[in-house]
Design a protein around this ligand. Structure first.
Ligand SMILES: Nc1ncnc2c1ncn2[C@@H]1O[C@H](COP(=O)(O)OP(=O)(O)O)[C@@H](O)[C@H]1O
Ligand SMILES: O=P(O)(O)O[C@H]1O[C@H](CO)[C@@H](O[C@H]2O[C@H](CO)[C@@H](O)[C@H](O)[C@H]2O)[C@H](O)[C@H]1O
Length: 473
């Protein structure tokens, strides 16, 4: 086995981006490429490793730096993966300047990388002033599915580059949707700077090779807190969030309108509907297996889905796919900006590359407001009641903003919207059980509430006498 692959085996499961929580990975090297570096005693390698212990197997991108000598800085020790058998040292690439400069140069310089079973091709798509090929870099902290590196060049604007951890054949919607929206002049996404596309062996493909995005660089919007943090402090202090939520609803509607113009739309045929509802049921089966509290409610959830399946479905189009408050920024003098169009990390990529139901995004954001109430209640039990009222008002305002800007009468899609909320809560029950078990109560509580009150619960958010406009009831 490649010595670097052997060295990452114990380290990988401890990383936030490792999707197979709870199991020991079984790693197989699919390919690797090496990026040129000016550092003489460093080798900048990107390993593409398959975890065969996942079901289905998952392909990960793991950039590493092999160094002859140990780095002197104490901070570097935190990112030492391990020793290599030849006495070398293996570092986590995104935290090592040799890798970050090599990545930046690949994108900004439109460079290709040498191949060892895998290739990488950089592509610059920014404005006429090319950033330099070297810049101080830091890794964004927090709970992310991927690894984002912030570059702060001396004389040009900062850049954030996301290194995708789980790789798939085909376009990554994070790159293609956001790049198309930015190119169309939408103020609701950051400008694109460039990307890296990779190619690797894949016996399952007709030509034996798979191609997909490895990294995406974009304008970094500095000093802006994501809406999740802003909403949490607003709910904790009791400050209203309705104006912001209404504007957010309008921004999501405008992004949907733009995506509907930029990418092909499709009528919702019975095949499409079957594909989506089957995915709900498959996800429910996983949830019941991993979250035993759901077993007694399985048939009620299935009945809920059946009602939505039989109801009205709109035309399908490209959407964000994993919309929540952690994916949106309120930028001064610009308004709401949406990030991370990759879709839910747990859905198969080929599903995320297709036209979908815009209500999935609306439901995702409704769930996120509920999450603000849930996590506030867990942290500050004395504020639980007021946080629920805060979330109800935010949900109502968000729907008002969405309906007003989209012109879509959501009242015809009550059952569908509620089913997407329920499916999202089922997804969250799995996500939390795997990643943050103390938070599993938040989606579980939402599932019970949706089942108790039925589809009208989504309409309840708009049922107060002073807020009749977007009634879903
Ligand atoms: N262009 C950007 N400008 C400023 N912050 C950003 C930008 N892109 C991402 N971020 C920050 O990084 C976080 C994670 O980004 P995201 O695209 O959601 O990554 P992941 O796919 O790993 O979840 C966001 O919640 C936001 O705080
Ligand atoms: O990493 P991603 O941003 O792609 O999304 C995953 O992680 C999210 C948590 O960080 C998770 O979102 C859930 O928790 C949020 C609060 O932390 C909450 O606002 C969302 O509504 C809730 O779904 C997301 O589901 C998951 O895909």
């Amino acid at each position: 086995m490649d010595s670097a692959v052997a060295a990452i085996a114990e380290w990988m499961p401890l990383q936030r981006w490792f999707g197979g929580k709870g199991h020991t990975p079984s790693l197989r090297l699919i390919g690797a490429f090496e990026l040129p570096t000016v550092e003489e005693e460093a080798r900048v390698r990107t390993l593409l490793v398959m975890d065969d212990a996942s079901e289905p197997p998952v392909l990960y991108q793991v950039p590493v730096v092999e160094r002859v000598d140990r780095l002197a800085s104490p901070a570097a020790s935190d990112h030492l993966i391990g020793r290599l058998p030849d006495d070398g040292f293996l570092y986590d690439g995104p935290h090592d300047r040799a890798y970050t400069d090599a990545l930046l140069a690949t994108i900004v310089g439109d460079r290709d990388a040498a191949s060892d079973g895998a290739d990488a091709i950089g592509h610059y798509s920014g404005d006429a002033t090319r950033p330099p090929t070297t810049a101080p870099a830091s890794v964004l902290g927090g709970e992310q599915s991927n690894t984002s590196i912030i570059f702060r060049p001396a004389d040009t604007a900062p850049i954030i580059c996301k290194v995708f951890r789980q790789l798939h054949h085909g376009e990554n919607p994070d790159v293609t949707l956001q790049t198309a929206l930015a190119a169309s002049g939408s103020p609701h996404v950051p400008a694109s700077v460039g990307d890296v596309v990779g190619e690797w062996d894949d016996v399952g493909r007709p030509d034996g090779r798979a191609r997909g995005h490895l990294a995406f660089a974009q304008e970094f919007l500095p000093g802006v807190e994501d809406a999740w943090r802003v909403a949490l402090s607003s709910a904790a202090s009791g400050a209203p969030f309705t104006d912001e939520a209404r504007a957010l609803g309008a921004a999501v509607a405008e992004v949907h309108l733009s995506l509907g113009r930029l990418f092909p739309r499709e009528p919702s045929t019975s095949e499409h509907i079957h594909a989506i509802t089957s995915a709900w049921t498959r996800r429910l089966a996983i949830a019941v297996a991993e979250v035993p509290e759901l077993e007694p409610h399985r048939s009620a959830i299935e009945a809920f889905y059946a009602r939505a399946q039989a109801g009205a479905w709109p035309e399908l189009q490209r959407i964000h796919g994993d919309l929540h408050l952690g994916q949106v920024l309120l930028v001064p003098d610009r308004g709401w900006v949406l990030l991370d169009f990759e879709g839910e990390p747990m859905r198969p990529m080929h599903d995320r590359q297709r036209p979908d139901v815009p209500a999935r995004d609306v439901a995702g954001m409704l769930r996120s407001f509920d999450y603000v109430a849930g996590s506030t209640g867990l942290a500050l039990p004395e504020r639980a009641g007021s946080a629920v009222a805060w979330a109800d008002a935010a949900r109502r305002a968000f729907l008002e903003g969405y309906v007003a800007a989209s012109g879509l009468d959501l009242s015809g899609y009550r059952d569908l919207l509620a089913a997407f909320e329920l499916d999202k809560a089922v997804y969250e029950a799995i996500y939390e059980t795997r990643n943050r078990p103390t938070w599993a109560a938040i989606p579980l509580h939402a599932i019970m509430s949706l089942l108790e009150s039925g589809p009208t619960r989504a309409g309840d958010t708009a049922s107060e006498p002073d807020a009749p406009t977007p009634s879903l009831a």
